[in-house]
Design a protein around this ligand. Structure first.
Ligand code: ADP
Length: 438
């Protein structure tokens, strides 16, 4: 038995023994027993009173006592100290976290599961214009007003970041990241990317301006070379070099056009409009005809239009992206190997444009990179075929603007399938089902 209880019981026994001895001398045993219990009860009340006043006071040391009450005071004192120490440790951690995040140049906001603000640092005030304590508890999208932020939160794909104009100064650009943590809490990080944005804009403008400036001299050169090739009086020794010059001039022309197209697409920030239907079956038939006319190696092209459904988007962008895929299918397969084009509906109501060739194929390790600018699996083959290395980069940008994904299946020596998968929200009006071959 614990010592505290032994002394408590000994005290009780002493009280009872005292009552018995007194009763032996004076009689009145029940009265003396009652007196002993009253003394015990009085001690307990007194100790309870001391405990209560100690708990309410700010005194650190517990009242001194013995027996069960002494043990109780000591245990409670130890518990209180332990609690106090862990509270101080926690407060120190929180203080350090706040000091560290306050010193960060990036804005940091702690959000709850409803995306309401629980806490933010000084940088968030400067970058996002949060001002007063009343901002706490407000939904973040009420304070950083941007329809793109609302859509970003609704979609919930926080692997991606979001770039928006600053609510404080529209000439500045902010990059927002949301990091989920703990029990459905979120950390929002805000970074000022104005400098990076300006550098990118400068690079885009430079490429666009340089390409634009190159266009006119190339047109003049191309014109002269065209007429020289057709000139019957040209010295036969010059025929081959002039033809080569014209081919290279044509390549430069293609490069300049692709660079201009790409820089235009990169400058477009918004998604393609959702209210302008493009007659995709007609567009695919047209691009099939154009591709066949331009194909020197006469690959057979089979076009299978399984649905007459159309798409909301930008017609010339879609034409450019899809024709790049068909031209690549011709470019990277031997003459007379057939190429198939399919336009069909996916199980989820989305629409799919698919080009299949039986050409050289692409090794799996190259697949993640083929949509990068100037990435070529086989540079000499691409250049020899008049490739600019920008075709799939253009495809990627156009698809991104249309909310679509590019899916590639390929096996070296067997062929490739390029699929553009458009979301069902972009599909519109169905017409009749038909199939044709070019
Ligand atoms: P390029 O103008 O060189 O064709 P792209 O951006 O269109 O540039 O394509 C990038 C690279 O991807 C190409 O150089 C080629 O190696 C590879 N590629 C693209 N389409 C195909 C295809 N249908 N079959 C095999 N390889 C392909």
């Amino acid at each position: 038995m614990p010592r505290a209880w032994v002394s408590e019981l000994l005290f009780l026994a002493a009280l009872l023994a005292g009552a018995l001895v007194l009763a032996l001398f004076f009689g009145y045993l029940p009265w003396f027993l009652l007196l002993a219990l009253a003394i015990l009860f009085g001690r307990w009340c007194h100790q309870l009173y001391r405990l209560d006043s100690w708990l309410r006071s700010r005194r650190r040391n517990p009242p001194s006592s013995w027996g069960v009450w002494g043990q109780l005071f000591d245990d409670y004192y130890r518990l209180r100290r332990r609690h106090h120490l862990s509270k101080r440790r926690l407060a120190a951690v929180i203080r350090e976290f706040r000091e560290a995040t306050a010193a960060m140049p990036d804005g940091t906001l702690v959000l709850d599961r409803e995306f309401r603000i629980l806490w933010y640092n000084q940088a968030a005030c400067t970058l996002a214009g949060l001002t007063s304590r009343s901002d706490f508890g407000q939904p973040v999208s009420n304070l950083i007003r941007s329809p793109r932020l609302v859509a970003f939160i609704e979609v919930g794909d926080f692997e991606r970041s979001l770039e928006i104009p600053s609510p404080v100064d529209p000439t500045r650009r902010l990059m927002l990241r949301i990091v989920p943590y703990g029990d459905e809490q979120y950390l929002m990080l805000i970074r000022d990317v104005t400098r990076l944005h300006r550098l990118q804009a400068m690079r885009r403008d430079f490429v666009a301006n340089a390409s634009h400036e190159l266009r006119s001299p190339l047109t003049v050169l191309g014109g002269y070379l065209d007429s020289m090739v057709e000139d019957r009086d040209l010295d036969p020794a010059w025929r081959a070099p002039v033809r080569q010059m014209r081919a290279q001039c044509q390549r430069m022309n293609n490069l300049v056009n692709d660079l201009l197209e790409l820089s235009r697409l990169e400058t477009e920030e918004s998604d393609a409009p959702m209210d302008s239907p493009v007659d995709m079956p007609a567009l695919i038939r047209r691009l099939g005809r154009d591709a066949v006319l331009a194909d020197a190696e006469a690959h057979p092209l089979d076009i299978d239009i399984e649905t007459e459904r159309c798409l909301h988007g930008v017609e010339n962008e879609l034409y450019s992206a899809l024709s790049n895929l068909v031209i690549n299918a011709f470019r990277y397969s031997e003459a007379e190997r057939p190429v198939s084009v399919r336009w069909h509906e996916a199980d989820d109501g989305g629409l799919v444009f698919e080009v299949q060739d039986r050409g050289v194929g692409i090794d799996r390790r190259h697949l993640p990179f083929i949509t990068q600018r100037f990435y070529r699996v086989d540079s000499s083959h691409s250049r020899a075929q008049g490739g600019t290395g920008l075709g799939l980069a253009i495809v990627k940008h156009v698809l991104k603007r249309h909310g679509a994904e590019l899916d590639v299946e390929s096996e070296p020596g067997v062929g490739s399938i390029f699929r553009c998968v458009f979301p069902s929200e972009r599909a519109c009006a169905t017409r009749q089902r038909r199939s044709s071959a070019v």
